[in-house]
Design a protein around this ligand. Structure first.
Ligand SMILES: [Zn+2]
Length: 117
């Protein structure tokens, strides 16, 4: 699946090993190593494939991004950055991703409530 337009692509361009930060274990940072394929999309050109467990930034898993967003609900961005050993801007971007997901979930819940009436 193309990471740009999310269409199914059958032509493989190449494959590379990538590393993404995942949820930590106790006081340890955990990283996942996985092969990521690049596909030749007819609309977008050469793009990374879309993987469901990755956030929009391929350096972090989606659940790690959700954890950072959750921490930002209780702490300042500076505090989260210091605690998780991340750059302030990285925390801000992951928090935006969390908020975008929360907004989508609220819209879906609102639409469901509207349908029930
Ligand atoms: Zn595409």
């Amino acid at each position: 699946m193309c990471g740009g337009c999310v269409k199914v692509c059958r032509s493989l361009y190449d494959k590379r090993w990538r590393r993404a930060r995942d949820l930590g274990c106790a006081d340890r940072e955990v990283y996942l190593d996985f092969p990521m394929r690049r596909v030749t999309c007819t609309a977008c050109g050469v793009k990374n494939e879309k993987l469901g467990f990755l956030s929009d930034s391929t350096k972090y898993t989606l659940r790690f991004a959700m954890q950072i967003g959750g921490l930002c609900r209780a702490m300042t961005i500076t505090d989260v950055a210091g605690r998780m050993h991340l750059d302030w801007h990285t925390v801000k971007e992951l928090d935006k991703l969390y908020m975008r997901g929360a907004t989508c979930a609220c819209r879906a819940a609102g639409a469901e409530r509207h349908r029930r009436r």
